[in-house]
Design a protein around this ligand. Structure first.
Ligand code: GRF
Length: 200
């Protein structure tokens, strides 16, 4: 394992929702257990909770404005996101509930440095509401996956997974809640592997 020589790992976080995974990572940083710094948080949703969390913690929080598309960013908007991340000194881009496909500008701007968390044991149940998919498929177990992001939908190389059993009587909501408990442990643990240099 090669220790990183340059101090705290600067992460940039992109999210569209409430930001509980960002909060989990931030808690580890604030507790001194994760030698990273959230340098910038960005959201494509103006009122997203993740922006409020960042502002409350004194972390720069910016809105991404995309007038044309709902499921991706225009190339020029995504290129601007890359520039803002670079300006903030970001070394690792952490997608935390970011609901758009990532395209060439970000992937080429941060090669092997864009990661995502997904609420299933990939390659099972890619796409939306994976916990509901697992329940409807009658799966006995599901979980969460942290993976490198590529141009596909939840197809990038898997870094780490945590299993969650599907229990009798589970609803989509109860299952998702138990998956999130595991997400909040798994995601900071993967960021720690980038901090330590274990993930080159
Ligand atoms: C998580 O379930 C994550 O796996 C998925 O989106 C959800 C984000 O939740 N990609 P939060 O905004 O981090 O609470």
């Amino acid at each position: 394992m090669i220790p990183r020589a340059m101090g705290r790992l600067k992460i940039g976080v992109l999210g569209s929702g409430k930001g509980s995974n960002f909060r989990a990572i931030l808690s580890e940083i604030q507790a001194g257990r994760l030698d990273a710094e959230a340098a910038l948080v960005m959201s494509d949703v103006e009122g997203a909770g993740i922006l409020d969390l960042a502002r409350a913690a004194g972390i720069p929080a910016q809105v991404i404005r995309e007038p044309k598309f709902r499921t991706k960013l225009s190339p020029e908007v995504e290129a601007d996101v890359v520039e803002r991340l670079r300006d903030a000194g970001v070394e690792l881009v952490v997608l935390a509930g970011y609901m758009r496909m990532v395209k060439a500008p970000l992937l080429e701007g941060f090669p092997r440095r864009v990661i995502n968390i997904h609420p299933s044991l990939l390659p099972a149940f890619p796409g939306l509401e994976s916990w509901r998919q697992a329940l409807e498929a009658g799966a006995e177990k599901t979980g969460c996956t942290v993976h490198f992001v590529d141009s596909g939908m939840d197809t990038g190389e898997i870094i780490a997974q945590a299993e969650v059993p599907v229990l009798p009587g589970d609803t989509a909501e109860s299952l998702h809640a138990r998956i999130q408990v595991e997400e909040h442990k798994l995601y900071p643990s993967v960021v720690a592997r980038f901090v330590s240099g274990e993930l080159p």
